[in-house]
Design a protein around this ligand. Structure first.
Ligand code: UDP
Ligand code: MG
Length: 316
């Protein structure tokens, strides 16, 4: 006989014009839920988030819900973007679920490892990351740009999980902690590692998109990358400051060069004053910008009002 209550799981799926894949995705995810009857409760559900689609996505979700109560959905008033759609789904999911899994509608991320994720959660992990072990099905361009991005983020001091997108399990308390990060420029891949709870990883091979086309064209990808860097890293501002210092050093070098020329009576009239003022003034301007940038950066961090800590355990 079971003594402990089984946790309720919500599989949160953001959908933007996903009409062509919805039917198939539903079947696959229902099969996953059926395969987990032993470990999750019966009211576990799929939660579709219609992110302001222009096609029949929402009416399909409504119909699926009418046919099967294990399928739920929310519809956003307008297209708010993948990250916001995920947040909307998580916010709704923790009203009834103890565990949430977020996965893309196209099921490029292997849905069969959800069971493994739940098992790891039952062993006490609050966050389980789905990590791609191979990107063979991605185009060369997508693969190289994505990997360059992860490396760059790492270099800039942003903690992300390598080869992990937004396929992850989170416990209710992890989602609740995440909701305290009230910033508008969402980059969940950077925020989740900040929570600091116990984490685990599962690996899977990324598949081809089942149908429909990618909703992440290059511009959206670049926007996400830029959001990730500017929301988590002050390194661009530091770079300006360093550049200013380098310019001043160059000005110093030119000063020495000019003095040497003067001593050797080789000076070209007008050249030294011009060159020196260019390097010196640019250096000063850059340092000034860098310093202003530091203050703006501090204000930026303050207005985000990120939580200062998350309590993991208590013995009071
Ligand atoms: N998506 C969304 N809103 C958007 C763009 C995308 O909710 O504005 C969803 C989309 O429906 C899918 C997920 O985000 O479930 C990832 O998109 P996609 O699979 O097209 O991205 P890719 O795998 O090409 O990076
Ligand atoms: Mg995809």
């Amino acid at each position: 006989m079971e003594t402990e209550k089984k946790p309720c799981l919500a599989i949160v799926v953001p959908c933007y014009n996903e009409e062509p894949v919805l039917e198939q995705t539903t079947q696959h995810l229902l099969a996953v839920l059926e395969g987990m009857q032993e470990i999750v409760s019966h009211d576990s559900r799929i939660l579709y988030v219609d992110d302001g689609s222009h096609d029949a996505t929402w009416s399909m979700i409504e119909q699926l819900h009418a046919e099967d109560r294990r399928i739920a959905g929310i519809s956003l008033a307008h297209n708010s973007g993948h990250q916001n759609a995920l947040m909307a789904g998580l916010t709704t999911a923790i009203r009834f679920a103890d565990l949430t899994v977020t996965i893309d509608a196209d099921l490029q991320d292997d849905e069969t490892v959800i069971k493994e994720m739940v098992q790891l959660a039952l062993q006490g992990n609050d966050i389980v990351y789905g990590v791609r072990s191979s990107r063979a099905t991605d185009t060369w361009f997508k693969r190289t740009t994505a990997q360059a991005f992860y490396r760059l983020m790492g270099k800039m001091g942003v903690k992300t999980v390598y080869n992990h997108a937004d396929y992850r399990l989170m416990s209710r308390r992890a989602v609740e902690a995440l909701l305290h990060y009230e910033e508008r420029n969402l980059f969940l891949r950077g925020l989740v590692p900040l929570l600091g709870y116990k984490t685990a990883q599962v690996e899977y091979a990324r598949k081809e998109r089942q149908a429909g086309e990618s909703k992440y064209p290059l511009t959206k990808m670049l926007n996400l990358a830029f959001d990730g860097i500017t929301s988590f890293s002050m390194s661009l501002v530091h770079m300006v400051l360093w550049l200013g210092l380098i310019f001043l050093l160059i000005a110093l070098g030119i000063t020495i060069w000019v003095i040497v020329c003067l001593v050797q009576h080789k000076a070209i009239t007008g050249w030294s004053s011009l060159i020196l003022s260019i390097w010196f003034c640019s250096g000063c301007v850059l340092i000034g910008l860098g310093i202003v940038g530091e203050y703006i950066g501090k204000i930026y961090m303050e207005v985000k009002r990120r939580p200062r800590f998350n309590i993991k355990d208590e013995r009071l």
